[in-house]
Design a protein around this ligand. Structure first.
Ligand SMILES: Cc1ncc(COP(=O)(O)O)c(C=O)c1O
Length: 308
């Protein structure tokens, strides 16, 4: 528990608190002197040094490492993305819906979650929304919708419109019992308390810096569970995701998802498959690999990327 003087010392780092009671962090967090000076440092490095990529990449990697530590992941499992939506799109583009077409999410997801997955319908996705009951979505409603056809369950940790907190452990268990992936959108909670993606057994996790991480816009993080990385081949690419050998070539398709190599494969990495051919079900669809069970006494082990 912090003392009053410790709280006041922290509050003094946010100039706006001297003038306002700040209640808008769910949209955009207040600006601290630390973030402000980060902006000034960036501008002056640009002015004074031109384009000091090595320096900037050091900061980029420091951010990736710090975030990875914060969520108990390894830096290899974390991609820096420009928005949470970009991260969701990256995963959505990397999955196929042949064997398991269902994408399940509650009515309390942020709109972008629905939009991205609905955008996958022409590729075969069948998006199903779990109905709320007042300000909550009962677990039984998830159980009724999640089945063996479910590829992924998208879940918000805290609802952006009513603040309700999801029972992540229970929904994850239901999803994994059916062999489906779980993607947690933590943008409305990340920064308010410790988080452990391993203990939570998440497959994908997303958060951006603008809200309770008290950072700037244009920066977000995507966690991908290590075993899944080689199985994913996104069809969304950028030069910042390219391996060094391809930075000067437009004629080869880079491999995919997360990596620690700066400006080389920052979004997805280490894929064993070419994105030109759809991933095989055994390699790419961990959900297809496990058997369903509703038995609490003999739960199906969480699916693995490598097959049964
Ligand atoms: C819960 C949640 N998810 C996703 C988003 C979208 O984030 P981005 O603008 O980084 O795509 C927001 C933005 O407010 C949000 O609150």
């Amino acid at each position: 528990m912090l003392t009053d003087s410790q709280v006041n010392a922290i509050r003094s780092r946010f100039p706006i608190f001297q003038r306002k009671i700040y209640l808008n962090t769910c949209s955009q967090g207040p600006l601290s002197d630390a973030v402000e000076s980060g902006f000034h440092d960036y501008i002056s490095s640009w002015h004074e040094l031109g384009s000091p990529w090595e320096l900037w990449v050091q900061h980029y990697e420091a951010a990736r490492t710090a975030f990875a530590q914060f969520i108990n992941a390894s830096p290899d499992e974390v991609a820096i993305v420009t928005s949470v939506s970009a991260g969701i799109n990256s995963i959505a583009s990397a999955l196929n819906f042949r064997e398991r077409p269902k994408v399940v999410m509650g009515e309390f997801e942020f709109p972008t979650m629905g939009h991205v997955w609905l955008g996958q319908c022409p590729r075969g996705a069948d998006v199903q929304f779990v109905k709320a009951d007042g300000n909550r979505i009962p677990l039984g409603h998830y159980e009724n919708v999640i089945d063996l056809n479910t590829l992924i369950v998208a879940l918000t940790h805290v609802c952006f419109k009513n603040g309700s907190r999801s029972d992540v452990a229970a929904v994850t268990q239901i999803a994994h019992n059916a062999g489906a992936f779980v993607m947690l959108d933590d943008y409305q909670d990340c920064g308010t308390r410790p988080i452990d993606v391993k203990a939570m057994d998440l497959d994908f996790y997303l958060a951006g810096t603008l809200k309770y991480l008290l950072g700037p816009p244009g920066l977000a993080f995507l966690y991908v569970r290590e075993e899944l990385i080689p199985t994913l081949s996104p069809t969304i690419h950028s030069i910042s995701n390219s391996p060094p050998a391809l930075v000067d070539s437009s004629q080869e398709l880079p491999p995919s998802p997360t990596s620690t190599e700066p400006f080389q494969d920052s979004t997805f990495c280490k894929t064993s498959e070419s994105a030109t051919s759809p991933p095989t079900s055994s390699a790419s669809h961990r959900p297809c690999c496990s058997q369903p069970t509703n038995s609490a006494s003999s739960p199906t082990p969480p699916p693995t990327a490598q097959g049964p």
